[in-house]
Design a protein around this ligand. Structure first.
Ligand SMILES: Cc1cc2nc3c(=O)[nH]c(=O)nc-3n(C[C@H](O)[C@H](O)[C@H](O)COP(=O)(O)OP(=O)(O)OC[C@H]3O[C@@H](n4cnc5c(N)ncnc54)[C@H](O)[C@@H]3O)c2cc1C
Length: 482
């Protein structure tokens, strides 16, 4: 190991404590990938700071050594966003898990980035809750949610992470610490940071808005012969002006997988299931439920079930949220896709996915946020069969193209990361990509933060401003990376 690397590691050890800096390959194995297992790469070193000041010292050490770094929350990301850089530092934020303050009068909570999503709602229950609820919520971190602008089942009514972030403490790439405030005048830098996938700095403290818990919640589980009739029900519900808390759809294959995992009693002969949740004042929920059941019946529902208790509601949701992981019961491996289509074109795109699946000879399960038109096709494959993994990846790419062709987007909530960067030109022209790059360079002119993610091709920021005439990567002899 070179002297420079020794010096860097010893600075990280000084910052975090020796026991929180990993350099051995067996220690680094855990950090080789996020939830997207197709991409694997061990970092040079993983540092686990325990305070914001320790994070700052880690980032400053990287800056001074001209070494790239990647922030990591819980590693549940599905676009390879937390994939390490081989000669860089992985800054793991899982030890920063303190709830700093809870102020229910102001409907506000301040947390460290490693706090899990579900812990936020638990900290403000029972009077309040935090609406963005990724299916990974018991594990994923709020820092990761901020970086990905994560969504979830209840974002149809309540909006995404960005709608709930009030302020951030951020360590910038040169190791300075700043505060970004929702109410500050001037450019919305907080808005730029949310969804920036770890490329603008590290969030070390996060102020979130929470909202009062609804007076009542009613959950309907409706089974349909196929996804087309379930899609018709979704259109009818939205066209009727109803705004349910959540509208989620599962197709036959995902029902079969998830039912094996939870035994919730989902109908295995159904082609699709819809979960529709109403929340708000009690009377409104009751009357809304009547309208909802009528609309589902007209669209051809086979069977309608209304959760009669919190336990039944929990089981319905547990089954929906288990769908990704349950795929392991019906296929040795699967590839999660995350595309968006205009809601009115859901049925057409679902049909196109079926055609593509037959063309490629692979099974595709669909489980998704139907209200938002946010599809999650799960492409099943067996990597033991030669060429099948590559075919699955190609099919997943074709699905994303079908979403873009229908006027949608390459990602709804999982981010671009390393996985989707090649598709960015399908949505954006050169001028847009240049504007993104200029924003990125304004925060990180040295290209140290999460290099190789989001942008389709490696880019430099142009001349490095101010006193930093020599790019730190050049100083460190690493410039060829770009
Ligand atoms: C089973 C399953 C279900 C899922 N369901 C959903 C869903 O319903 N909705 C949804 O939106 N997502 C979902 N996801 C994806 C994933 O959970 C989210 O993207 C989540 O926000 C990632 O959080 P994390 O802590 O695991 O972040 P990581 O995977 O560790 O990192 C994600 C990105 O955030 C950056 N990052 C992490 N912490 C910080 C920080 N403090 N400051 C700056 N950058 C940071 C990383 O560099 C990386 O680019 C699911 C994943 C799984 C495995």
């Amino acid at each position: 190991m070179s002297g420079d690397r020794h010096a860097l590691i010893s600075r990280l050890q000084d910052a975090c404590g020796g026991e929180h800096v990993m350099t051995e390959s067996h220690e680094l194995a855990t950090y080789r990938s996020d939830g997207l297992l197709h991409y694997r790469q061990a970092p040079l070193v993983a540092a686990l700071p325990g305070t914001a000041e320790q994070v700052r010292r880690c980032v400053a050490a990287c800056y001074e050594a001209g070494v790239p770094w990647v922030a990591r929350g819980a590693g549940t990301g599905l676009s390879g966003g937390a994939l390490p850089v081989s000669d860089g530092v992985l800054i793991v934020l899982s030890r920063l898990r303190r709830i700093v303050s809870v102020d229910l009068d102001d409907a506000r909570i301040v947390v460290e980035p490693g706090v899990t999503n579900v812990a936020v709602s638990r900290a403000v229950a029972p009077t309040h809750f935090y609406p963005p609820d990724p299916s990974s919520q018991i594990v994923c971190s709020i820092g990761g949610n901020i970086a990905e602008n994560s969504g979830g089942a209840h974002c149809f009514k309540y909006g995404f992470t960005t709608n709930y972030v009030l302020g951030l403490e951020v360590v910038l790439t040169d190791g300075t610490m700043v505060t970004l405030d929702r109410d500050a005048p001037g450019y919305d830098l907080l808005g730029a940071f949310v969804g920036s996938e770890g490329t603008l700095g590290v969030a070390t403290k996060i102020a979130l808005r929470v909202i009062p818990a609804p007076e009542a919640v009613r959950t309907l589980l409706a089974f349909f012969p196929d996804t087309v009739s379930a899609g018709d029900a979704v259109t009818a519900i939205v066209d009727a002006g109803m705004v349910p808390g959540a509208i989620e759809m599962m197709d036959r294959l995902s029902i079969q997988a998830a039912e094996q995992a939870t035994g919730a009693g989902y109908r295995l002969d159904a082609g699709a299931a819809l979960i529709v949740e109403l929340d708000g004042p009690h009377e409104e929920c009751i009357s809304g439920l009547e309208r909802l059941t009528a609309l589902c019946r007209s669209a051809g529902a086979l069977d309608l079930r209304i959760a009669q208790s919190d336990a039944e509601r929990d089981l319905i949701w547990r089954t929906r949220k288990a769908a990704f992981a349950a795929m392991g019961r019906i296929a040795p491996a699967y590839y999660v896709q995350d595309g968006v289509v205009p809601r009115t074109r859901l049925s057409e795109v679902l049909r196109r996915i079926d055609e593509l699946a037959s063309q490629y000879g692979l099974r595709v399960a669909n489980v998704f946020h139907a209200g938002d038109g946010n599809l999650h096709p799960l492409v099943c494959y067996d990597s033991a069969v030669e060429g099948e993994a590559a075919r699955a990846e190609e099919l997943a790419g074709m699905i994303i193209r079908a979403c873009v062709d229908a006027g949608g987007s390459i990602t709804g909530e999982h981010g671009v990361g390393v996985d989707k960067r090649a598709y960015m030109p399908a949505m954006f022209g050169e001028a847009d990509l240049d504007a993104f790059q200029r924003l990125r360079c304004a925060f990180d002119p040295w290209g140290l933060a999460n290099p190789g993610k989001v942008m389709p091709t490696p880019r430099l920021c142009g001349e490095v401003p101010g006193p930093y005439r020599q790019h730190p990567l050049e100083r460190a002899g690493l410039a060829e990376r770009f």
